[in-house]
Write a protein that binds this ligand. Sequence first.
Ligand SMILES: C[S@@+](CC[C@H](N)C(=O)[O-])C[C@H]1O[C@@H](n2cnc3c(N)ncnc32)[C@H](O)[C@@H]1O
Length: 219
Amino acid sequence: MRLVKEVGFYLSQEFYHYNPARLPAPAEWVNVRRVRVKDSVNVVWWLSKTQNPKADNRKVLRPYSQSMQTLLKNGYKAKLRPSGHDISDKFSRDNGGAIPPNLLELSNTDSNSRYQQLCREHGIKVHPARFPPQFAEFFITFLTDEDAVVFDPFGGSNTTGLVAERRMRRWFITELSEEYLKGSKLRFLDEGASTADTEAFSESASRQADLLPLFPAIE
Ligand SMILES: C[S@@+](CC[C@H](N)C(=O)[O-])C[C@H]1O[C@@H](n2cnc3c(N)ncnc32)[C@H](O)[C@@H]1O
């Protein structure tokens, strides 16, 4: 509410990130006392600077369900549903995919990624709260076009930057922890880079001149 009332953002839509693989927490209540169930949904606010921010749900269509594919193949006779709802024959039009819901079901089970391997090799702490790349992928694709600038103020291991780069967007991040920034730089090594290359890269990361301070005025 303060972000809307005091900062001036608009709440365009509320999303939910459901992680079916989330570990039970808080452990005391869930595992020990057994009086609560697993907390596995994060609320995501899509806040915008204007009331009509650029967005296009045609860029994030999902494959049609099996029943919809059958309906598209065999045609659909418009008729009243048991609920009395009148479904028109527009339903039988193939729009290239289903419009996704505001519930993003994404597990974060990745425990052996290249990022983690490289962090371990370089003795750098793996970021403990990375989000799944598909999470960044969804919003970057839905809300931006190629060459747009994507900014993540809480960059962490820079999942956002990696996805933005792959999607041909420009990007920058800010992050409090220098160690996380060092690890994040390892994400951008060429697959074929030699150990000597990666050591030099990590060394340059410690200088941070190219990453700090982008926004010295922001506390
Ligand atoms: C949940 S993590 C983000 C993880 C990231 N999305 C990823 O996939 O790696 C939040 C990050 O914000 C950083 N952070 C917290 N307060 C900050 C601030 N005021 N400025 C910049 N970074 C901050 C933390 O150090 C932490 O790495």
